[in-house]
Structure formats: C-alpha cells, structure tokens
Design a protein around this ligand. Structure first.
Ligand code: NAI
Length: 292
C-alpha cells in the first residue's frame, strides 16, 4: 500500500455488515476497533467475532488481530489509518459520521464507506472535500463473501483508490473498481431482481419458496432473491430502494408495496425471525424452499 498502511482499523457501525467487516480485518491480523452507540450490538458483535476469528485467521496462516469495542467514535480515531463506515443506509446519519471523520481522523487516514447506494462524492463533501473518501462495498456475510466493489468518485484520489484495492487484498477479497453511480453495479442488478420477485409473490403467480427454488435450480443462483432479501434485512433493502429511486428517478427501483408492508409490520427478515420466511432462534429457515 502506498499511503494508508492498515496498522489500525476502525469500523463504524456494529450491525450485520460492521461485525463481518471487523471480523475480516481481525482475521487478516489487523488490530481493529468496532464502534457502535448500542452496547447490546457491541456485545453480540464481540461474541460473533470471538467465535470465528482464530479459525479464520489460522486458515489464512495469520495470527488474529486484537478486537476492541467502543461506543464513542471520536475517542476511537486516534492513530487509525483505515476507517470503514457501516452505519445504517440513511444519508443524514452517514453525513454526520463523515463530518466527524473529516474533523477528527488522522489527516492521512483512508475513509471508506460500505454504502450500497449513496453518493461517495457527497460523503467526501461531508468530510470537508477530502480525496481520501472511497466506497468499499462488502457483501453479506462480509467475512466470507469474496467481492468488494471499490467505488471511486471524481473526488477520490488515485492513491486512495489504489490503497482501497490493496486493502481488499489484505482482507482476502477480490476488488472490482466502479464509478460513483447510484447502486454501483451489484445493488442496481440485485435490487431489480428482488423487486420483480416480490411483485411475482404479491400478484400470486408463485410462492416465495417457489420463486427462490426457480432461481436456485433454473439459474444456478446459490440463494434465491427473497432468501437473500431476508438475509440482507428488509429494512436495509427498503432504504436501498428509496435511495436509488431518489438518485436515479427510475420507477423500476420503487419499493414494492409487499416490502413496505413487511417492514411496517416489523418483519425485517432473518434478524427479526420473520420476513418472506420464518426463522428459528439460530436463524435457520422454518418454512423455506427445499434446497437441492
Ligand atoms: P444494521 O442496521 O444491521 O447496522 C447498522 C448499525 O449502525 C447499527 O448497529 C447502529 O447502531 C449503528 N449506528 C447507527 N448510527 C451510528 C453512528 N453514528 N456511529 C456508529 N454506529 C452507528 O445495518 P447493515 O445491514 O449492517 O448495513 C450497514 C451498511 O452496510 C448500510 O450502508 C448498508 O446499505 C450496507 N450494506 C448492507 C448489506 C446487508 O446485507 N445488510 C450488504 C452490503 C452493504
């Protein structure tokens, strides 16, 4: 890496993605601080990471890095060389985090966002026009999924882009570099498939289980689009659709009413035990498609 050597990593947001990104960093041997204002989120994430870090690190011939958890972002940024933001997909919340990063983070730190849909240039603006801001879009579960979309905005320097690509490799990931358009490559394609699947279920053409079986067995997808939506979190999916619709103004990305109804009822997918499927306490699907 040229400028941002990964000596100390800070991951902001300890939910579904933040804990997986922190686990990937710890398993790569990097000392990592995970920041979230919710103590219960930090407790769950600590157990999740502790259960997996040693075996993942030894599979890569590494010694696991040290994990620290914290509730206060500003106090955690001292000497951080890499910051990866993974807070909820709401512009105002992310802008606030990047304002803090622009003000408090080390002047040379790489500032990455795991946003699925939002503008990296806007986040760079919030950080005071920094050329150190880049998108690093990981996939769920982040410690296992190989792809990272590195999103280079017009504001992102060549050094920052190169360092983000190099960081992906340190984390054992395969990067692709894409431009800063709403939804990049993967969210644009995935959201459309998910929307059509939801409309098919809502109109009564097929059940959720049969839609997922169709895409597994007919198109060789490892997971159907509705199982995937449940894994992502239906609230997160709804935010992604709203954000891409707002940025692109294209009706096909508008959230289907079935999705809005499920989120309104508190059915957020696997994490709440109920979405397109129902789940047991261990997250196993109770009434889903027959696999294989
Ligand atoms: P989540 O809702 O599971 O976790 C978000 C966490 O951020 C919460 O624990 C919340 O307490 C924390 N948070 C909120 N404000 C904060 C702040 N100011 N400082 C520190 N922490 C704060 O959300 P999830 O699903 O992990 O998504 C996070 C980001 O990752 C979003 O931008 C989303 O679009 C993106 N993403 C999500 C994927 C998924 O499958 N869920 C896949 C790829 C990207």
């Amino acid at each position: 890496m040229t400028q941002h050597s990964p000596n100390k990593v800070v991951v902001v947001g300890g939910g579904t993605m933040g804990r997986g990104i922190a686990l990937a960093a710890v398993a790569a041997g990097l000392d990592t601080t995970l920041v979230d204002p919710q103590p219960d989120v930090l407790a769950t994430a600590s157990c999740y990471i502790a259960d997996r870090a040693e075996s993942l690190a030894s599979a890569r011939d590494r010694t696991a890095g040290q994990l620290t958890v914290a509730g206060d972002l500003e106090a955690s940024l001292d000497e951080a060389t890499i910051v990866i933001e993974a807070v909820v997909e709401l512009t105002d919340v992310k802008r606030q985090v990047f304002q803090t990063l622009g003000r408090v983070a080390e002047p040379s730190a790489l500032l990455a966002s795991n946003t699925s849909t939002l503008s990296i240039a806007e986040l760079a603006g919030a950080a005071g026009g920094s050329d150190r801001v880049v998108g690093m879009h990981f996939f769920n579960p982040a410690h296992r999924m190989k792809l990272v979309e590195v999103v280079a905005a017009s504001t992102t320097s060549e050094t920052t882009r190169a360092d983000a690509v190099a960081l992906c490799r340190v984390l054992g990931k395969e990067p692709i570099v894409v431009a800063d358009v709403a939804g990049f490559v993967t969210s644009r394609l995935g959201l459309l498939l998910g929307n059509e699947a939801m409309r098919i279920v809502a109109e009564g053409t097929a059940t959720a289980a049969d839609v997922d079986t169709a895409m597994r067995l007919g198109y060789n997808h490892p997971m159907g689009p509705l199982e995937l939506a449940d894994l992502v979190g239906l609230d997160a999916r709804l935010n992604n659709l709203k954000s891409v619709t707002e940025r692109m103004g294209r009706a096909e990305f508008a959230p289907p009413s079935l999705l809005c109804d499920l989120v309104g009822a508190g059915h957020l997918g696997r994490k709440s035990g109920h979405g397109f499927y129902r789940y047991d306490a261990d997250g196993a699907i109770l009434d889903g498609p027959r696999h294989g």
